[in-house]
Design a protein around this ligand. Structure first.
Ligand SMILES: [Mg+2]
Ligand SMILES: [Zn+2]
Length: 210
């Protein structure tokens, strides 16, 4: 008779690659509201296809304080997210889970709260994990702001910074005073994913040995 598998192996949760949206998957244009301004950063769809091919789950986690600031509505953001999902699905890179935080403490009511979902807070990642059966401790987060990296670090998972979007500005601002540096600084999302799946283990081992 076959032995029962240990609990660990019966857990069918999958790791996620949590992705920031603006400046990471699509071009940063500043409070994206108009569908015509939505465009994918080159290589994004390929990167997401690689994530899926590896058996990981791509999940977008976005701060959209433009809602609290009244630059746009919930409907605007939902419309952009739908279009983004369609663009990605059309390139065989479906992203089923997209979450965003509409809040900002200095915004307008009812969104002017200190929430637990605006990155670097981890509320949306936890929500995504429970709704999508994701294994948070095996996951990673990639974004163009240091707050994306901090989001990862608050959950004790690797955080990768990309140089697209606000990335270069963030590097200039934080490079001498990272609270904890990103595990990797990538040219773009595709480079980040290439590094994560093909080189990160070697790099980590090298760092331990040397
Ligand atoms: Mg961003
Ligand atoms: Zn929030």
């Amino acid at each position: 008779m076959r032995k029962l598998l240990p609990n660990k192996d019966m857990d069918n949760s999958v790791p996620a690659v949590f992705l920031d949206r603006d400046g990471t998957v699509c071009e940063e244009v500043g409070y994206l509201r108009e569908e015509e301004k939505l465009s994918l950063i080159s290589g994004s769809a390929q990167a997401i296809r690689m994530i899926i091919a590896q058996g990981w789950k791509p999940v977008i986690i976005s701060n959209q304080s433009g809602i609290a600031r009244k630059y746009m509505s919930v409907e605007d953001v939902d419309k952009i997210n739908k279009k983004l999902q369609k663009m990605l699905a059309d390139q065989n890179a479906p992203v089923e889970q997209i979450y965003y935080c509409p809040h900002h403490p200095k915004g307008y009511s009812p969104y002017n709260i200190e929430c637990d979902c605006r990155k670097p807070a981890s509320g949306l990642l936890l929500k995504a994990a429970s709704e999508g059966n994701l294994n948070i401790s095996q996951s990673i987060m990639i974004g163009d702001k240091y707050s994306d990296v901090q989001t990862a670090h608050r959950l004790n998972i690797p955080g990768i910074l990309v140089q697209t979007g606000f990335g270069l500005r963030e590097i200039e601002k934080y490079q001498n005073n990272w609270e904890k540096p990103p595990e990797y600084i990538a040219v773009d999302l595709l480079d980040a994913i290439n590094w994560w799946f093909n080189h990160s283990q070697i790099d980590f081992i090298t760092r331990v040995i040397c």
